[in-house]
Design a protein around this ligand. Structure first.
Ligand SMILES: [Mg+2]
Ligand SMILES: [Zn+2]
Length: 192
């Protein structure tokens, strides 16, 4: 049986949404997020970040700068005894920037590319897995791979919920925040 993956969106889910995070100094964790990641680490699961970073295609930040931001995020989480097993990001945009970043890739959420990569790397079973995010594209990603979808109300979550949910988009659980989302994951895994 494949392993359980817990795929976390970054902006608006782990850290405060600032509309293109381009500097580690603007990284601020959402209250309870580090505790949530630490509790997720205590489960028999692989905890990954999956984040669209079209700011790279748009020329707003470099991959080196993104690596600095992720190093800062690791450091913040480590203060709470929490860690991310792997970071996946999509640097592409279908129409903006220059190749190779201007690309009709399959890793831009809701495309399944980032989860497919994690499935290969860690032997994850997507159907036993969870995707947590604040946008319907995170829900779409979960739906695309057959994972359980959790929409958090932080970040853009409340705004997304204030609009009609498009046909075919299946939200399995609406969570107050990442901490609440991980409590739901724990209940689901215990009943598995
Ligand atoms: Mg987000
Ligand atoms: Zn991509």
């Amino acid at each position: 049986m494949g392993r359980i993956g817990i795929f976390l969106d970054r902006d608006g889910t782990i850290n405060v949404e600032v509309d293109y995070l381009t500097s580690p100094k603007d990284l601020h964790l959402i209250p309870g997020a580090a505790d949530a990641v630490r509790e997720a680490n205590g489960l028999d699961a692989v905890v990954c970040v999956v984040t669209n970073q079209a700011g790279i295609a748009r020329g707003l930040l470099s991959e080196e700068r993104l690596a600095e931001i992720h190093a800062a995020l690791r450091e913040e989480l480590a203060k709470h005894g929490a860690h991310i097993d792997a970071f996946y990001y999509c640097p592409h945009h279908p129409t903006l920037g220059e190749p190779p970043y201007r690309s009709d890739c399959d890793c831009r959420k809701p495309g399944p590319g980032m989860i497919n990569a994690a499935v290969k790397e860690f032997g994850i079973d997507p159907k036993r897995s969870f995707v947590v995010g604040d946008r319907l594209l995170d829900v779409g990603l979960a739906n695309a791979v057959g994972a359980t979808s959790i929409l958090v109300r932080t970040g853009y979550g409340s705004t997304e919920l204030s609009r009609p949910i498009p046909e075919g988009v299946k939200i399995d659980y609406v969570a107050k925040d990442l901490y609440d989302a991980i409590q739901f994951v724990k209940r689901m895994i215990q009943h598995d």
